[in-house]
Every structure is written in C-alpha cells, then in structure tokens.
Design a protein around this ligand. Structure first.
Ligand code: CLF
Ligand code: SF4
Length: 295
C-alpha cells in the first residue's frame, strides 16, 4: 500500500532521471557549465578538470555565459524530447558563481518553464542561498558531503575560502561540514528534495560513510549517492597513494548506508556539460559552436 505522502513524492521525482531509477530509462537531463570558480580544495580534485562532485576526473567542459546556456537549453530541449531536467554542476561550484548560476536558472525558468531545475554544490555557501533556491522553485539539490567528522574532513579538504578568509586543516573542515548540514536542514524544511553525494575514499572515509548516512537522514535528506573515487593524476590523493575502491567495497558500503535512507545505484558520474539519458553522452553534438548556429 502507498500513503498519500509517498505518492506525492513519487510524482515529484517521476521525471527526474537521478532521483528516480525508473525515470532514468525514459527521461534525460542536461547540464550547463556556467560555473568555473570554486571556493574549496578537495584532495581528489585537479583544477584543470571538471568538479568531481558530479563527474569523473579528466573531463573538461566548455564554460558558457548564462545567455549562451539558456540558448543551449532551448536548442537541446527542441531536439531531445525526453529532456526533463536542467542541472548546474560545474565545472567548479555553482554557488561560488552565484550571479551566473542564478541568472541561468532564471533564464531557463522564464523561457522553458516545463523543465525542472537541479543544482549540485559542495554546500559551503548553501545557507546563504536557500531563499533564492526556493524562490526559483529549484526542487532538486545535491550536496556533496564526504564527512561529518572534522578530523576525517581535514584529510579530504586542504582549504576553504569563506567570507573573505582562507582556512585550512580542521577549522576548514569544521566550517564546511557545519555549512553543509545547515544548508541541508534549511532546504528540507522548505520541502526541497536533497540528495547527498559522498565520494568513497578507501582508508579515509570508507568506514565513516555509515555515520554520514545517519546524519543526513536525520536532517531530511531524500537519497544517498555513494560515488567511487576515481583517482586523478596530480592530486593530493594520487601523490599519497590513495586508491580507487573495489566494486565489493562499494556494494558493502551502499548496503550499510541503505539502513538509513534510499541509496542511488545508477549514477554515471556525468560531466558538467552532459546531455542526454544517463550513461549516454551527447555533449559533442551540442558544443557552443554548434548551438550558437542553430535557430
Ligand atoms: Fe545533474 Fe546531478 Fe541534477 Fe542529476 S547528474 S545535477 S542530480 S541532473 Fe545524476 Fe549525473 Fe550522477 Fe549527478 S547521474 S553525476 S547524480
Ligand atoms: Fe574541485 Fe569540485 Fe571539490 Fe571544488 S568542489 S575542489 S571543483 S571537486
């Protein structure tokens, strides 16, 4: 049997390919890469490439201006009829580029009101922007939370840049974690669906992710997406011999997390300019060059 609340939830996610496993067979998403800057340094990130929070390392997306992004959305939505969601996930952190990010969402909402808006962030500036997110009716947000314990967080982040100051070590992790959890709580209080991404880092946070799952569940997170680390060259982790998790490790940790909340298993670690069904990459058909020439 299905309660009214469950049914309402099903309807809200029915056309979102990430929030609903069923939907990913029928509905497509596109990302617009309008956000180049980032305000933190993750030890798995090589700045030459897209933000790892929602993408595999080694991918370089072409940055667009907000008006170019809106034009691209209109072109792509005209070509790919299953398109249901427009996300901003990079190539840096969307909320470290708030003017660009919100101008893009606003432009999409005005010109293509049927498309859902989706935001993915490291969460550092999330509490500041919850009102704006709600006002634009962005109904799906992802926060990448790799730790809720600052001692573990200090092994994942080298520094953060917050309100005009740079912090490192434990203090940086403390501020970031507190902002992420506050942001999560504010969003869920407003009824916005929040997915939490965690990068599974063997020997660093593998045994801690169960605690992350419980902490985010308690604050109303809808779903947990445990993404395997893919060690990129020229990063803190590659220099320190951190390895990728095995598929058995991923399975075991997802299993543990599922005691707290729904676990996503169909993530494809998309690029910041991904276009199409999950697992299908049509970004090359819609480069800036091509899109600006289309009517
Ligand atoms: Fe994009 Fe992310 Fe929105 Fe999806 S992706 S901003 S929630 S529309 Fe999806 Fe891609 Fe995995 Fe992200 S498969 S990387 S979870
Ligand atoms: Fe890199 Fe993304 Fe982390 Fe910023 S939030 S340092 S872009 S992985």
């Amino acid at each position: 049997s299905c309660t009214a609340k469950e049914q309402e939830m099903e309807e809200r996610i029915a056309r979102h390919p990430c929030f609903s496993e069923e939907a990913h067979h029928y509905f497509a998403r596109m990302h617009v890469a309008v956000a180049p800057a980032c305000n933190i340094q993750c030890n798995y990130c090589n700045r030459k490439f897209d933000c790892v929070n929602e993408s595999r390392p080694g991918v370089v997306s072409e940055v667009l201006k907000p008006e170019e992004a809106v034009q691209k959305v209109l072109v792509v939505a005209g070509e790919i009829l299953q398109m249901s969601v427009v996300g901003i996930a990079g190539p840096g952190d969307p909320l470290a580029n708030p003017q660009k990010t919100f101008a893009t969402f606003k432009g999409v909402a005005e010109n293509a009101p049927d498309l859902k808006l989706c935001l993915s962030t490291n969460g550092l500036r999330l509490p500041e922007f919850v009102e704006q997110i709600a006002a634009l009716e962005i109904d799906h947000v992802t926060i990448t939370i790799n730790a809720v314990n600052p001692a573990i967080g200090s092994r994942i982040y080298s520094w953060i840049f917050h309100q005009g100051k740079k912090y490192s070590g434990r203090k940086a992790a403390e501020i970031l974690i507190s902002q992420q959890l506050k942001g999560l709580e504010y969003l869920t209080k407003k009824g916005i669906l929040v997915k939490v991404n965690s990068v599974l880092i063997p020997g660093v946070n593998d045994r801690h992710l169960e605690e992350v799952a419980a902490a985010v569940r308690q604050r109303g997170a809808f779903m947990h997406n445990i993404m395997p680390l893919i060690v990129a060259p020229d990063t803190e982790f590659s220099r320190n011999g951190v390895r990728n998790p095995t598929s058995e490790e991923i399975e075991v940790i997802r299993q543990k997390s599922s005691a707290s909340l729904k676990v996503m298993k169909h993530c494809r670690q998309c690029r910041a300019d991904a276009v199409g069904l999950l697992g299908e990459d049509r970004s090359a058909e819609f480069t800036k060059d091509k899109v600006m020439k289309m009517p």
